[in-house]
Design a protein around this ligand. Structure first.
Ligand SMILES: Nc1ncnc2c1ncn2[C@@H]1O[C@H](COP(=O)(O)OP(=O)(O)OP(=O)(O)O)[C@@H](O)[C@H]1O
Ligand SMILES: [Mg+2]
Length: 242
């Protein structure tokens, strides 16, 4: 038997990440010392007071905000060593990461379908295959019937689901969402959260969601509390038993 076969490669692994913005009088230590590991198929909720460093940590893992020091590995590959990139970040992001923001940020003059297609076509997928995959994703997210509408004709929840479809387009192994349901009301917010859980469990992606909404606590396999520039992980007493 090969003992290595049992080893699970984390979707993301962060080691002693520190982030300082500015210098001198304007210096802000946004993250003091963060260490965490997320398994494939795991959905984790990140909680913490305003200004505690949640977005800093998430954007660092999204490879758009380089750490001051510390390491980031994604899918077993070392990608950041302090501020130094060890891979081509643009290509790596495109191929392995999905990011969802508070606002859907859809391109207003493209239809729902085109907004998803464009994410595929930048990865050199043929227009025909991109169209098929984009339609499948919109169906998966329950917005297939809205595929040919412009964002302005979609509700907030529908727009956010199109944004999730776009984030999933390239089958990312790591999905990062920063308050994705903040602009949605209760039931819609819950729908989007449940979707993330489904994606984590069905597609074996690692999913990290920053949220202030304790009503959706039960969707998370685990909770990360961000406090004072540090991360504390705890099991979620509200999650259903596996
Ligand atoms: N680009 C920046 N330049 C300077 N300081 C920054 C920058 N971005 C964030 N900060 C500071 O870093 C600290 C952490 O900010 P961050 O946005 O990560 O917090 P957060 O936990 O996401 O807060 P919120 O819940 O309000 O979104 C804050 O003190 C913030 O003012
Ligand atoms: Mg934030």
């Amino acid at each position: 038997m090969n003992p290595a076969a049992d080893v699970i490669i984390p979707a993301v692994e962060v080691t002693h990440l520190r982030k300082v913005y500015g210098s001198g009088h304007t210096e802000v230590v946004a993250m003091r010392d963060a260490t965490l590991s997320i398994a494939p198929g795991e959905i984790v909720g990140m909680f913490g007071p305003s200004g505690s460093g949640k977005s800093t940590l998430l954007t660092a893992m999204a490879l758009i905000n380089p750490p001051t020091s510390g390491q980031i590995a994604i899918g077993g590959r070392q990608v950041m060593d302090g501020p130094r990139a060890l891979v081509d970040l643009r290509a790596f992001r495109r191929e392995h990461l999905g990011f969802v923001f508070q606002k859907a940020n859809l391109i207003p003059f493209l239809t729902a379908l085109e907004n998803v297609r464009i994410a595929l076509e930048v990865n050199d997928i043929s227009p025909k295959a991109a169209r098929k995959r984009a339609l499948e994703l919109l169906d998966y997210l329950g917005v297939g019937p809205r595929a040919h509408n412009l964002p302005v004709a979609l509700s907030g929840g529908e727009q956010q689901r199109v944004a999730v479809a776009r984030a999933l387009a390239n089958s990312p192994s790591l999905i990062l969402a920063d308050e994705p349901t903040a602009a949605l009301d209760g039931p819609l917010g819950r729908q989007v959260m449940e979707l993330f859980a489904k994606i984590a469990h069905e597609r074996q992606a690692g999913v990290i969601v920053v949220t202030h909404d304790h009503r959706t606590l039960d969707v998370f396999d685990r909770i990360l509390d961000v406090e004072d520039g540090m991360i504390h992980s705890r099991n979620n007493p509200h999650s259903p038993p596996p």
